[in-house]
Design a protein around this ligand. Structure first.
Ligand SMILES: Nc1ncnc2c1ncn2[C@@H]1O[C@H](COP(=O)(O)OP(=O)(O)OP(=O)(O)O)[C@@H](O)[C@H]1O
Ligand SMILES: [Mg+2]
Length: 248
């Protein structure tokens, strides 16, 4: 059975989908079979990031309505062997209920090593459905006070949904900006504010952003891709250091 991980944030635009896509690619590089499920009904972006937008004929809502069998809405990423996407419903009206989502994801889990579920922004019904089947959560946050307040709220909601295994991914970290902004004296204060144990620091990396926008994989030596490769290893239980933060 695959491990089911939801990628949440509360606040929108912090990089959930970029992290989800990059983590999926990093796990596929480790020869894992990975299914990404895009739960951002109406605003999904993973089909573009993973280069399946052109071939996409069905999505999550078609599976739920029975218009297509589950495997018929799963698309292989053309540039990463082992990575697959179940695209988000086209309409915001088509949020799937938590109960159905749970059944569906559990059925898929038999065929993959990892299921990564990308949440929509906010903590509404889409978030609850995305989290319904998850065994663990990655809470993505940018290192600023507004975002971290939302992370803390998200942590509490995830706990209420029964997801106690949570890890923090600090995304878009730049040492220079961190010092200039002076919101926090150090990373420990960031982690304390979120209230979630840290698992990765992903740097601000234009190559990572550009790769996602161009439906491509970031160069493996780019700082963002390296951080996501370390995150993939840590998620699989390897003892890997966080990485050279001073360089970010
Ligand atoms: N590590 C990074 N370095 C540079 N840019 C990044 C990084 N992560 C994300 N971005 C940029 O931040 C923006 C938002 O990213 P993304 O769409 O992944 O966020 P999101 O949390 O999924 O948003 P939403 O809540 O709307 O779904 C994008 O322009 C993306 O390219
Ligand atoms: Mg997103």
């Amino acid at each position: 059975m695959g491990v089911i991980t939801v990628i949440a944030s509360g606040k929108g635009g912090v990089g959930k989908s970029t992290v989800a896509a990059g983590l999926g690619l990093a796990l596929a590089d480790r020869k894992r079979r990975v299914l990404l499920i895009d739960c951002d009904a109406g605003l999904g972006s993973l089909d573009l990031m993973l280069g399946v937008a052109e071939q996409k004929a069905f999505d999550l809502s078609d599976v739920v309505s029975g218009r297509v069998e589950p495997a018929g809405a799963v698309y292989a990423c053309p540039f990463a062997q082992g990575l697959f996407l179940l695209p988000a419903p086209v309409s915001q009206e088509d949020v799937v209920s938590p109960g159905i989502m749970k059944q569906l994801v559990q059925a898929f889990a038999r065929y993959y090593d990892h299921i990564l579920i990308d949440c929509p922004a906010g903590v509404g019904s889409g978030f609850r459905s995305a989290a319904a089947a998850a065994q663990r959560a990655l809470v993505v946050a940018n290192p600023d006070p507004v975002c971290l307040r939302n992370s803390n709220k998200t942590r509490i909601l995830l706990e209420q949904l029964g997801i106690s295994q949570q890890r923090l991914v600090i995304n878009r970290f730049s040492g220079r900006n961190f010092r200039l902004q002076g919101y926090f004296p150090d990373l420990d204060s960031v982690i304390d504010r979120a209230g979630v144990r840290l698992i990765a620091v992903v740097p601000e990396d234009p190559l990572l952003a550009a790769a996602a926008a161009k439906s491509a994989q970031a160069p493996q030596k780019s700082p963002g891709a390296l951080a996501l490769a370390r995150l993939a290893a840590r998620l699989e239980g390897e003892q890997v250091p966080l990485g050279p933060l001073q360089k970010f």
